[in-house]
Structure formats: structure tokens, C-alpha cells
Design a protein around this ligand. Structure first.
Ligand SMILES: [Zn+2]
Length: 82
């Protein structure tokens, strides 16, 4: 059981996606992902979503933060339901 590490990692996950994480933290995250399928799966979903969003924002100069937040909230709700 490494639930508490997973909780910690979820927070770092968002920082990573926002590019607000240090190299050391990114390594810690990667180490954990290599041994935790649950987090790896979650990261896959988040990454996919964020990359889609970023690709879209690049085409559209006006990319409101509110949109990003609402999508993340929806994503969070979905993960909790599973
Ligand atoms: Zn984990």
C-alpha cells in the first residue's frame, strides 16, 4: 500500500503538467510511476487531455484559464467516480 505517496503525487502531477516542477521532483514522479500502475494510468489520462487542450490553445490566441480549470474539474470528478 502506498496510498499516501499517490496522494502526494497527484498534486505534483498538476504541477508537472503546468511546467511548475523541478527536475528532482519530476524524477521522483517518474520513479513512482514506474512502480504504480494506478498513477501511471491517471497520468496518461491527464497528459492526453492537457496536450489536446494545449494544441487547441495554440491555434486560438484567446485561451481562457477558466476553460482549463473547468475541464480539469470535470476530469477530477470523472476520476473520483471510477
Ligand atoms: Zn501511485
Amino acid at each position: 500500500m502506498n496510498g499516501s505517496r499517490c496522494e502526494e503525487l497527484v498534486g505534483k502531477l498538476y504541477q508537472l503538467l503546468d511546467g511548475e516542477i523541478t527536475e528532482g521532483q519530476a524524477e521522483y514522479l517518474q520513479d513512482h510511476l514506474e512502480e504504480c500502475g494506478a498513477c501511471l494510468e491517471r497520468l496518461g489520462v491527464e497528459m492526453h487531455f492537457t496536450m489536446l487542450l494545449k494544441a487547441r490553445c495554440r491555434q486560438d490566441a484567446a485561451c481562457p484559464d477558466k476553460l482549463l480549470v473547468s475541464i480539469r474539474d470535470a476530469l477530477h470528478a470523472e476520476i473520483k467516480l471510477q
